[in-house]
Design a protein around this ligand. Sequence first.
Ligand code: PRE
Length: 302
Amino acid sequence: MSRIAYFGPRGTFTEQAARVLAPGEELLPVETVRLAMTAVRKGEADAACVPIENSVEGVVPATLDGLSESTPLVAVAEAILPVHFSVLTRRGGGEIRTVASHPHALAQVRDWLEANLPHAHPVASSSTSAAAVGVLEGDFDAAVCAPVAVEHYDLEVLATEVADVSDAATRFLLVRRPGELPAPTGADRTSVVAAAANRTGTLAELLTELATRGINLTRLDARPTRNNFGEYRFFIDFEGHVAEPRVLDALTALRRHCRNLRFLGSHPRADGTQTTIEPGFGNENFVDAAGWADAVRKGDVA
Ligand SMILES: O=C(O)C(=O)C[C@]1(C(=O)O)C=C[C@@H](O)C=C1
């Protein structure tokens, strides 16, 4: 049985994602995204389940930073879960002056809080379940949680189906130490983080290498390198799998432009969207062109 560290404590959305991505495996709750990744790096866990992006609030910075720091980890699978919340309070609790949750969760219920708990102060907690623990311990009066949290914490349900955007969703990754990659499926996502020189046109050069190979981007984010003000790392997700000649060709080209290029994995997309391949950009076109170039080099064709 594998050991899967996840961003906990028990009852987080990330725990639900871990159950989807690693059914029947042993789950190990840890306090932060960073510690979940550290557990994998140290060999205390075989994989970690972490949130990567939310359809309303965008990327989870701790996950991007954790993937670009320390020793490499690669994503081998992803899950997309719908996100709506329950608001939990202490049993028989009085006035609600503070309402706690993960910042991403608070951002997704801002309108609801304004309309329903206008006098409550929002307070950031490390996760939605950490907020529930805080309510139990008397630190806060209410917590915005995943619906399953009530099964783990002896709290009262004040409201369910709370969400400013009714079809909000979060994407989660299962990350491992580098090893055998998942097989390509035709509906895959490849991720890299690129540190390129700080000069005119660098980002345009990276994106052009993908565009000229007919590769469609699925996400682009920048995070500061933390070394020099104004210097960024670019997190680029795109359609396809590194086992495909077209994607490998693009990765090789990206490598030339980067001070540092880290491969973050190729894995099947949770939404099953098939890779878009425009005429002339198919893997067979790349294989054919490479074969032709090889023949030219050997003097076999002119
Ligand atoms: O705190 C949790 O329950 C989490 O799993 C984290 C997280 C996030 O990082 O976005 C996951 C899904 C929701 O969007 C809110 C919080």
